[in-house]
Design a protein around this ligand. Sequence first.
Ligand code: G3P
Length: 215
Amino acid sequence: MKIFIDTANLEKIREVNSWGILDGVTTNPSLIAKENTDFEALVGEICKIVNGPISAEVMSVKASDMVVEARKLAAINKNVVIKVPMTEEGLKATKMLSDEGIPVNMTLVFSAAQALLACKAGAKYISPFVGRFDDVGEDGMRLISEIMDILDSYDFDTEVIVASIRHPIHVTQAARMGAHIATIPYDVLKKMFNHPLTDIGIKRFQDDWAKVPKK
Ligand code: G3P
């Protein structure tokens, strides 16, 4: 499974990239707003750090406007992927952009039916939001399972980006279901390192090693 980071913060992207496990980056308008800087310049900087798909979202409502916005973003770097919301206009834009060879990440997916339509429109990626689905009393990971069932039955080129991840269990469940990608917030990535038995084990080895006679 590929691992993306879900942030627009350059410092965090640099740090996680240095671990050697990072395959791409997803941003969204809220994450961009936190950085308080020029959107396109920021996307360009992210592309310099990570050599993989970098999602940047369009904000227009009409398909024709989304396409104009998307072309501008796609011109920043060959790795830019256009995030398009799951609406009727978004589907039209996805089809137009995919036909032009511009990869689309269809975002705000909350049902298997929406996922199917995104695949049909030619989306390279779809982003079901598991955490936000859990938040309203639904089962985010069951949604991933349903979408993977559909993808297993056909030969769509679409990859599932499990998004809105809240904790490491979301990540491991996504991996067990064969989801292609998990886009993970920085804090959750840090939590994936931690296990109390690892810490206890390291301390015990260090304490014992200190007792070994040294030359
Ligand atoms: O970037 C899309 C998605 O991962 C947002 O997550 O935490 O705002 O629900 P969250």
